[in-house]
Design a protein around this ligand. Structure first.
Ligand code: ATP
Length: 364
């Protein structure tokens, strides 16, 4: 008898709406995996305010150690801005994870899933994840923002050739594998950030030469921001530095129904982590108002990534089933069956059960 494959996944619920959306993702994942004879070993690891209250820090070493022993991680949002200043992991546990495990690529797909107004939007923002204007990531020790006098702050921006090269390669490979418009748009501000974004552009242009079937476009971040609002359907894959990617992905999410529908994957060579684009949404936390779609589809992205690394086939099929059941739950004439952010009346848990019901109805 052949052994059933097992996936060992860390579950890190995070803050605010984190526990609600991660519970949904795990519930949908568990049903989909069972249908596909994929065994799951789910390991809960403390992170965020819950970890701080219990263990005195938002990213305990035990959590990092536990993560190393898993095939992949499902992370909820972290309310980093509210963390106490005496937290040893201040200011940002998620930044620390990205740096510690070299999760250099943040892949953020934006697709029209609800309604038909923007039917054609299908783009992906590929955001560099480990450096740029994120001062928590830019020094070996200490924090890359400082006060030379009481009225002045310096913020360090770091751009390295290596990071530019590998994020460019990720974007071109993705455009090639999608095979849709076969286009990469490099988003920059090299007219002002002449050196840093100049280096970024240089590496993207060099990488383009290895992918002759992919068209390279270039756009200033301000103008691309406008284009993303006015004509998002014209884009395929966008590649950019960390801060621009963060901002543009929220802008782009707005064109397809908001943050509740925007999944993302943080990935490197060895590790990957599902984490929706949205934050902890304290305004709706604990009220069953959150849309779990983004976290559920992020989990499917993690399974696709795991499959691309080392199989087994059940992983890919589980991801496809999750996507199909989630998308069909969003395709409804009756808006009340959607979550509140999409104009509906359905709670997080009820919407999750709709996805589970759709999963159970699907052919094996
Ligand atoms: P943080 O500081 O953790 O980033 P935030 O509230 O500033 O939190 P987001 O959490 O990204 O930023 O939320 C921005 C807005 O989008 C909020 O009004 C929130 O309610 C809404 N929102 C975010 N995620 C979801 C979701 N999954 N479902 C419904 N609404 C959401």
């Amino acid at each position: 008898m052949t052994e059933r494959p097992t996936l060992r996944l860390a579950v890190l619920k995070g803050d605010g709406i984190g526990p609600e959306v991660v519970d949904s993702a795990v519930e949908v994942l568990s049903v989909a995996a069972k249908r596909n004879s994929l065994d799951l070993d789910l390991v809960d690891l403390p992170i965020g305010l819950q970890a701080y209250n219990k263990m005195g820090r938002t990213l305990p070493p035990e959590t990092l150690e536990g993560m190393k022993k898993c095939d992949g991680w499902i992370l909820g949002p972290l309310a980093s801005g509210t963390y106490p200043k005496d937290d040893k992991d201040y200011p940002m546990a998620s930044g620390k994870i990205r740096k510690a495990f070299d999760l250099f690529a943040n892949i953020r797909p934006i697709r029209s899933l609800v309604g038909d107004e923007n039917e054609k939007i299908d783009l992906v923002i590929v955001r560099e994840n480990t450096e740029d204007f994120y001062p928590d990531r830019n020094l070996f020790k200490g924090y890359g923002e400082f006060w030379p006098d009481e009225n002045t702050v310096f913020s360090l921006r770091v751009v390295t050739r290596k990071a530019c090269r590998r994020i460019a390669e990720t974007a071109f490979r993705l455009a090639a594998s999608r095979g849709i418009k076969k286009q990469v748009t490099a988003v920059h501000k090299a007219n002002v950030l002449v050196e840093g974004d100049g280096l970024f552009l240089e590496e993207v242009r060099k990488m383009a030469m290895n992918f002759p079937t992919i068209q390279l476009d270039e756009g200033l971040v301000d103008s691309v921001g406008m284009q993303l609002v006015m004509a998002p359907e014209t884009f395929d894959v966008l590649v950019t530095t960390n801060l621009f990617g963060d901002i543009l992905s929220d802008v782009a999410a707005g064109t397809v129904g908001g943050l509740g529908l925007a999944p993302s994957l943080n990935s490197g060579e060895r590790y990957a982590m599902a984490q929706a684009v949205h934050g902890s949404a304290p305004d709706i936390a604990g009220k069953q108002l959150a849309n779990p779609t983004a976290e559920i589809l992020s989990t499917a992205m993690l399974l696709h990534w795991l499959y691309s690394k080392n199989g087994p086939a059940q992983t890919e099929k589980t991801a496809l089933d999750i996507e199909k059941a989630t998308i069909s739950s969003l395709e409804t004439e009756d808006r009340s069956k959607l979550t509140v952010d999409l104009g509906g009346k359905t709670s997080t848990q009820e919407f999750t059960m709709r996805i589970v019901a759709n999963l159970e109805k699907m052919d094996p």
